[in-house]
Design a protein around this ligand. Sequence first.
Ligand SMILES: C[S@@+](CC[C@H](N)C(=O)[O-])C[C@H]1O[C@@H](n2cnc3c(N)ncnc32)[C@H](O)[C@@H]1O
Length: 367
Amino acid sequence: MNKLALYCRIGFEKEVAAEITDKAAEQGVFGFARVQENSGYVIFECYQAGEADRLAREIPFNQLIFARQMIVVFELLTDLSAEDRISPIIAKFQEIQPHFNLKQSTEIWVETADTNEAKALSTFCRKFTVPLRQALREQGWLRFKEVKKSGITLHCFFLQSSACYVGYSYNANHSAHYMGIPRLKFPADAPSRSTLKLDDAILTFIPKEEESKRFTAEMIGVDLGACPGGWTYQLVRRGLFVYAVDHGKMAASLHDTGRIEHCPEDGFKFQPPKRKRIDWLVCDMVEQPSRIIHLITKWLVNGWCKETIFNLKLPMKKRYNEVQTCLQTLADALAHHQLKFRIQAKHLYHDREEITVHVQLKDANKG
Ligand SMILES: C[S@@+](CC[C@H](N)C(=O)[O-])C[C@H]1O[C@@H](n2cnc3c(N)ncnc32)[C@H](O)[C@@H]1O
């Protein structure tokens, strides 16, 4: 019970390894990340007993940028027979009984890595879930009808149909999505597929219960690099009026809403119209990360916006270091101007060679 399994986008295993090693060290936990390139996951082995469980509770999941899910796992179960995979899995779960109250379990997710090869197992996973859930219930586990925040989710992470890791994650500190992937529906009237990136970002960064207060019809947004309008669409859908900045063409359907003004200008030079206080700045321009950080800093420091979501395109190499440098530069600049802020960053499912960052300025009076 001394390993973490972390899921990620294929090709980002080294970034996850670097990140979990750093985050674990911050908690005084040391270990070794096993990386298999293009596998879609990383196993982090802790040197001391019980420490994987501690990391799963104490590393705030929303501070991990590259990991999609974080699970405490046991050693790999291999040679599972097609006739009876359930008995060894139940036996493994029984092993943790002395350490953990499985009566707190609320769900079982039978998962694979997000790679083409592993996904070939997804039909098997779906079918296997039914008898496994039944067998777990017979043990007196998975008794809750609703997902409890204080509970745990059980995981079977299949590498092949004959090999899986068995483990659990804390509902209060994990991705609430199966395989760490939100299932978002592409809105038929959205102007571009990249609309899902902002939808995913809002789902990830803004608590659901706050969404209707953080996006209102009284608010104004600016979208830098807006065309054809997928991100603007998400803001308009949530009620905002949006200045859409781009030399390109915006979708006619967005003009028809009467909730946008298209500004065919350079996003690096654009300034908010006079006497307008911008609530949300979003930015999806394909540019060097350092230029974007400089631009976002300018908006926040000048008080031009209160909250922002933007993308940082990742370089080919040293992606983890570049992300750390960019976020540190931003944090240092905001702190230098005595601003109180919260920064979150995530390699979202809909992000490829980029990450998405959210910054919220906090009212200094509220602390
Ligand atoms: C990835 S696309 C944005 C897609 C958009 N978010 C959507 O969902 O439809 C990037 C856009 O940034 C624009 N862009 C790039 N550099 C720009 C700049 N300096 N000023 C304004 N727009 C820029 C491009 O014209 C392009 O339309």
